[in-house]
Design a protein around this ligand. Sequence first.
Ligand code: DQA
Length: 145
Amino acid sequence: MKIAVIHGPNLNMTGIRQVDIYGTTTFSDITAQIDGLAETLQIALTQFQSNHEGKIIDYLQACHRDGVDGIVINPGAFTHYSHAIGDAVASMEIPVVEVHLSNIHAREEFRQKSVIAPYCIGQISGFGAESYIMAIHYLVNHRRK
Ligand code: DQA
């Protein structure tokens, strides 16, 4: 089974930026935790971080071409306005789970809307790094082949 984890803009600053909201766990701690889970579950897992909308879309399209079985995406602020990423997710048959470190529904009004979630199988929001862990467990437990 192949899973891709996509980290959107500014997530590379996790642990450094707005620690009152996102916590002190660093981005490399989070990616290491995810890699550790993949090893435990014995699945092939790749991680990609970009601050650029087009690069995220290119990566999503590459996942489609490469036969990835499931995608976990934290689109960062693109969540709230990138119809281009929403269209890329909508165009794929791969199950996609949207995740967030913070609970976007308990924050500013503009963050409470996701233009990507309608094309995902679900959204996990507010559990810090565990949001990713839960999403990966879901995809593994519900693998399609
Ligand atoms: C975020 C929430 C977004 O609103 C914000 O722009 C981020 C991080 C989260 O993981 O909580 O960059 O996606």
